[in-house]
Design a protein around this ligand. Structure first.
Ligand code: MLT
Length: 218
């Protein structure tokens, strides 16, 4: 039987809140990153918020990821399901251990993709999500119509890894699942820009604790 101690043995960083009332952030790194990668981003986006930053538990040629892929942009969905469920368990265990509210995910690339999978498979585990360069995780949307979670999705118009049609398909899946979606498409590639940080910081400040609202696209 897997115990809470086993679940929390997963490599991760936790920084307690310094400012009360801010949603905790769940930081999810990209391929080849680790649990330290997004800490400074999290501090900049939501100063004083608690930060929970797990390491992806799969290795691809020595690079940590959150789930296996068969090739670039082609996911091993059975592994994605397993790792998504493990991540949901980790979040529950960390919330209980640290007395945290449901977190808002901030995910980049592979981390954004597992955050999207969490939103679709485990409605309610996340209080919100910032998806930076996310792709549609499942060929078929697993559980439509379950949540009204606020989600910010920022895509790159010239992203060589995430085709526009794929990002659009993810937006449809999220909206079908009831997410309250705000979308931005920036004139950039897969890497993050200052505009990402500005938009994400403003959205977190305005919507971090929102549970409902209206869909917008820019
Ligand atoms: C993925 O595999 O999750 C995406 O292709 C993004 C990446 O990590 O390169």
């Amino acid at each position: 039987m897997t115990t809470t101690t086993d679940i929390l043995a997963r490599p991760h960083r936790f920084e307690p809140a310094r400012v009360p009332g801010r949603d905790p952030l769940l930081l999810l790194h990209g391929t080849g990153g680790d649990e330290t990668d997004l800490l400074s981003l999290g501090r900049a986006l939501a100063p004083g918020a608690a930060l929970l930053s797990p390491r992806g538990s799969v290795l691809e040629n020595g690079m940590p990821r959150f789930f296996r892929r068969l090739s670039e942009g082609v996911f091993d969905e059975a592994d994605l399901i397993r790792r998504t469920d493990e991540l949901a368990e980790f979040i529950a265990a960390a919330r209980a251990a640290h007395g945290l509210e449901a977190p808002v995910a901030v995910g980049f690339s592979n981390g954004a993709n597992i955050a999207a999978s969490l939103l679709l498979r485990h409605p309610g585990v996340l209080a919100g999500a910032v998806l930076l360069r996310a792709m549609k995780p499942f060929a078929a949307n697993p559980r439509p119509g379950h949540s009204a979670t606020p989600v910010l999705m920022i895509s790159g118009q010239m992203d060589p890894i995430v085709p526009t049609a794929n990002a659009n398909a993810l937006a449809v899946d999220l909206e079908t699942s009831g997410a309250v979606l705000t979308r931005h498409v920036l004139p950039t590639g897969h890497g993050l820009s200052q505009a990402d940080l500005h938009i994400a910081g403003e959205w977190l400040a305005a919507h971090g604790q929102a549970r409902s609202g209206s869909s917008t696209e820019t």
